[in-house]
Design a protein around this ligand. Structure first.
Ligand code: ADP
Ligand code: MG
Length: 737
């Protein structure tokens, strides 16, 4: 069929209301209309649907669209009916799946046979039904579109066995051109798809997979819930998705967010269809900000302004990860992708694979290993992802992932890797990675003793570095294929031929410095989290109380002759009007309120809140959990200790592999949380005394807020940002804490 560019553009405008094609849409459409097999690889949001919808509307016959997304078929069909303005617009698109009743099926049949239907969406399991095959045999097929084609491949992240039958069914119904579309296909998956559909000669249209607007970050999985709350509160009003691997976790997190004043709904395959649809709509219609879901949610969801995707659990494959993160920022604007990673989660996933067919295990293991190496890598995340999908990326620094923004150091792990291999080779049996790490790190426990490994000559040889370090070496050995492990055998580690080769003739092996990944997961974090379960809190902070608290702060500030922000910052007051604390211990749980501040300034605020709660009959959060340990990360403790020892800040920063500015940010956080620190020794050596006084006086008497930018405007060019921030730390520490 011949069609001019102008015609195509007219159709684009007429049916879809768009003025121009996106990416390679036009070439793809022409190729398909020309009667050729077509393979489309385009990232999520790239505009794949149009590549078959438009041809279907202009070509003779009916296009068969195979898609696994039954839940979305109706939406798609409705959308197409909306595009078409002719009399029989109901008939122009239909879907065929298990949700239809007899009358509805008859309607579909009638429209198909009369030639009114241009697009028929079919679920793969409906396509395999004999009666449907008989029906489709009778009509003219324009082409077959196979959406989410990665479902064909076992190497994809969403394998569906019925997808493998498509080719034979196509042959039964009648051969016509095929267009296969997917957003995620490694070269391996791509070749699987093409082979399986007998379309190895198809022209491949591959759009760049680079999603420039997405920011990728991997975080250590500790205090996850708190981190998530913090993140969402810093991104208030934005839409986001949180992915969890289990249904239970989904329910748990959704509830947790709600009690903490964040509007969220759960979504997973264990819920009934009506509730699922309701929750999905609530998210699409922005009645709630966050949807907490298993991977059952999101395929084909077209919400352009999802601003963040959080992986509470690390996904099973990079393909899944990329697809899921791809749902952020479809409109080309901001999209933050944060994944929480702990090696324990990987081990859990490995355990699930036990007992499955070996071939499947082998595949699963490979995919997981790719995920681990991505998570632990110090390389540009964008580069790793693109390389994984067979695309090069030449930039040195993408400027939009954690590794590019905060580069990690490398060291030569040759000696230590040799020790690991020596240890494995010295033993007649195989052992798990932890066991090996414990031997080298000199940790004795009952299992070690039962094998008498505390007597082993290598026991404790790397005691100074500790077992966590050795786990990291072993993991990197696995990632770099010097080691491997047998999942069926409980993950027992062994040396690969590459490892043996290296052992014979060792060479330099660059490894990343420990990324501070703990092995922990979140199982014991719950007690540490602030939870309020009251209804008022769900809508956010109480504005009346907030205003009253501000008044108290104002009069206190006058009395004490201190700027208001020194007493409590706005976010602190906001938190108070969310959680209604009435004791000092509860107050300490509010953002930016440490022990010192709570005791020093808290009294009047608490009295006011108590009165307010009583007078307004407010149902206070009953399980406002009191923090058992102050949440000081290892880093913070280290910093505080070294400041007590008067170690120069530059040296502390170096030791922690931080920039000075990052260290200053940490100090600010420490001081804001109410801890007193004394950095006079450092200030005196590095900043002119007069300058210190000027900045100090400014904050003491002139400032109306704690803003550094304002301070710098006021103070003028002679004062650097660093100086201002450092003196502010002194000031806040002395006056506020
Ligand atoms: P994919 O299936 O590749 O993830 P969709 O087909 O759902 O993507 O399309 C993503 C978004 O892009 C949709 O909102 C769609 O309307 C829009 N879109 C598609 N083609 C064009 C175009 N030529 N111009 C403008 N917007 C388009
Ligand atoms: Mg799509």
């Amino acid at each position: 069929m011949e069609i001019t560019s102008v015609d195509l553009l007219n159709k684009l405008k007429e049916f879809f209301g768009f003025d121009s094609f996106k990416g390679e849409q036009e070439e793809i459409i022409r190729h398909l209309i020309g009667g050729n097999d077509t393979f489309v690889l385009m990232p999520t949001g790239g505009g794949k649907s149009l590549c078959y919808q438009l041809p279907a509307l202009v070509m003779d016959g009916t296009a068969i669209v195979i898609s696994p997304l039954i839940a979305l078929m109706k939406n798609q069909v409705d959308a197409i009916r909306g595009f078409v303005a002719n009399k029989n617009k109901e008939g122009v698109a239909h879907f065929l799946n298990s949700s239809l009743n007899k009358t509805q099926i008859q309607e579909v049949k009638d429209d198909l046979l009369s030639g009114a239907t241009k697009l028929l969406y079919v679920a793969p399991e409906s396509l395999t039904k004999e009666e449907n095959i008989q029906l489709l045999k009778q009509i003219k097929i324009s082409f077959y579109a196979i959406d989410e084609a990665h479902c064909i491949s076992e190497w994809g992240h969403d394998f569906r066995p019925e997808y493998r039958k498509i080719r034979s069914i196509v042959e039964e119904i009648g051969v016509a051109p095929i267009i296969a579309l997917t957003a995620t296909a490694t070269p391996k998956v791509q070749s699987d798809i093409q082979k399986n559909l007998s379309m190895s000669d198809a022209k491949v249209f591959k759009d760049s997979f680079n999603r420039k607007n997405l920011y990728y970050e991997i975080r250590d999985k500790t205090n996850v819930k708190r981190e998530i709350i913090k993140f969402i509160k810093n991104n208030r009003g934005k839409s986001g998705i949180i992915y969890c691997l289990s249904r239970k976790k989904v329910e748990d997190i959704a509830e947790f967010l709600n009690v903490n004043g964040i509007k969220a709904r759960p979504y997973h395959a264990g819920m009934d269809a009506a509730t699922r649809a309701k929750n999905q709509d609530a998210f699409l219609m922005e009645e709630v900000d966050v949807i907490v879901a298993t991977i059952a949610f999101g395929m084909g969801i077209d919400k352009p302004d999802v601003r963040f995707v959080i992986h509470y659990d690390i996904p099973k494959s990079l393909e899944g990860y990329y697809q899921e993160t791809g749902r952020a920022g479809r409109d080309g604007k901001e999209g933050q992708c944060i994944a929480f990673y702990s090696y324990k989660d990987i081990q859990k996933l490995e355990k699930f694979m036990q007992g499955k067919p070996l071939a499947e295990q082998e595949i699963g293991k490979q995919l997981l290993l790719e995920t681990v190496s991505y998570a632990e890598s110090n390389r540009c995340r964008r580069k790793i992802i693109l390389n994984y999908f067979g695309e090069g990326y030449d930039e040195e620094n993408c400027g939009c992932c954690d590794n590019c923004l905060h580069p990690k150091k490398l060291f030569d792990g040759q000696e230590d890797l040799l020790l690991v291999i020596e240890l494995i080779n010295s033993m007649r049996e195989r052992f798990k990675a932890e066991h090996l790490a414990n031997i080298l790190g000199g940790v004795s426990n009952s299992i070690i003793k039962s094998y008498e490994h505390h007597q082993h000559e290598l026991f404790g040889i790397g005691k100074d570095k500790g077992p966590r370090y050795w786990m990291a070496i072993i993991r990197q050995g696995l990632i770099l294929h010097f080691l491997d492990k047998d999942i069926e055998q409980y993950g027992l580690a062994f040396v690969t031929p590459k490892g043996e080769e290296f052992f014979k003739t060792p060479y330099q092996v660059m490894m990343t410095e420990d990324r501070e990944f703990t092995d922990g997961d979140d199982e014991d974090e719950d007690e540490d989290v602030i939870i309020g379960n009251n209804k008022q809190a769900a809508g956010g902070a109480d504005p009346v109380l907030f205003a009253m608290l501000k008044d108290v702060r104002h009069s206190l500030s006058k009395r004490l002759k201190l700027p208001p922000f020194v007493i409590f910052t706005d976010p602190s007051l906001e938190d108070m009007s969310l959680h209604y604390p009435i004791t000092v211990d509860e107050l300490k749980n509010c953002q930016g309120v440490g022990e010192g501040k709570a005791k020093k300034y808290g009294k009047e605020f608490l009295a006011l809140i108590e009165k307010y709660v009583e007078e307004n009959d407010i149902d206070r959060p009953t399980d406002f959990v009191v923090k058992s340990v102050v949440n000081k990360s290892a880093n913070k403790v280290y910093i505080i200790q070294n400041i007590d020892r008067k170690i120069p800040l530059d040296d502390i920063a170096d030791a922690k592999n931080m920039e000075l500015s990052e260290l200053i940010a940490e100090l600010e956080a420490i001081v804001n949380a109410g801890t007193k620190i004394n950095i006079d020794y450092y200030l005196r050596q590095n900043i002119d005394e007069d300058k210190i006084d000027d900045i100090y006086e400014y904050f003491r008497y002139d400032a109306s807020s704690d803003s550094v930018i304002e301070a710098m405007k006021e103070l003028g060019r002679d004062y650097s940002e660093e100086e201002v921030r450092l003196v502010r730390i002194k000031f806040m520490s002395e006056l506020a804490n």
